[in-house]
Design a protein around this ligand. Structure first.
Ligand code: ZN
Length: 257
């Protein structure tokens, strides 16, 4: 089991065994270094791979759903590109989830209203999305979550339990803040890398061959590149008979109000 607590216990027990080994069997001190490096490596993996749920429960795909549903999720908006994304989703009759940044919501409240009016859902993606947000204290993170929740509620009149940590980074503080704010941590199992890869075909090839029911796809409604990729992706999804629905419905964690 690859969980933070479990790795901590295994590391401590391993260190005690090494102490005994050093006292009675002439073991070298390098065993400590090895244990430390393995624990550090596993913890680093846990921080950056949201699918592991290393520090606490995370949702990253739906299991045994029995229908051809997936969820397209768009992070870091709303912004003017969101309008093109909404047009395409409407054209192909697909519903998605938008993980919005609070600061963006203050700039584009009308786009957020349109997202909800057209049957999509909005999740919380922090207020600032600052680069070092993972180093914030639980209280600071709680503040970011609350500020964005307040914005979502003020603009749309509704709210839910969905929080997606910026950069998909989880750690004990993120988990603590989410617990305090009754948030579910929502990840993904298909990362498009649409903010990193320039070639639209390459982005599409990262997504389409792996697509199956229950998947959660991470995209960003922040560039023309993603809009172009989305158009091709929606055509492929129709061919594959896959339907996108909001991720709270896919995961059955809908909770409005
Ligand atoms: Zn983001």
């Amino acid at each position: 089991m690859l969980k933070h607590r479990y790795i901590q216990v295994v590391s401590i027990v391993s260190c005690l065994i090494v102490v005994i080994g050093m006292l009675f069997y002439d073991w070298t001190i390098y065993w400590f270094v090895l244990i430390g490096l393995i624990a550090l490596g596993l913890t680093t993996w846990g921080v950056f791979d949201i699918r592991l749920g290393y520090f606490g429960k995370t949702f990253f795909k739906a299991k045994d759903i029995g229908e051809n549903n997936i969820s397209l999720t768009f992070d870091d908006g709303p912004c003017p590109y969101t309008l093109q994304v909404l047009d395409l989703l409407d054209q192909y009759k697909m519903k998605a989830t938008f993980f919005c940044i609070g600061k963006q919501l203050t700039q584009y409240p009308e786009i957020a209203k349109r997202i909800i009016a057209e049957g999509h859902s909005i999740g919380n993606h922090s207020y600032t999305h600052k680069k070092d947000i993972a180093f914030s204290s639980p209280k600071e993170m709680e503040g970011e979550i609350q500020q964005t929740d307040d914005m979502i509620e003020k603009i749309t009149g509704q709210n839910n339990s969905m929080y997606r940590p910026p950069f998909g980074v989880t750690n004990p503080n993120v988990v603590k803040a989410c617990k305090a704010k009754s948030k579910d941590i929502i990840g993904w199992n298909i990362r498009s890398l649409d903010t990193v890869i320039n070639n639209e075909d390459r982005i599409l090839k990262r997504i389409v061959p792996r697509l199956k029911a229950g998947d959660i796809v991470l995209l960003h409604d922040t560039s023309q590149r993603t809009v172009n990729v989305l158009e091709q992706l929606l055509i492929k999804m129709k061919e594959l008979n896959l339907q996108s629905i909001p991720v709270d419905r896919l995961l059955k964690i809908e909770r409005n109000g």
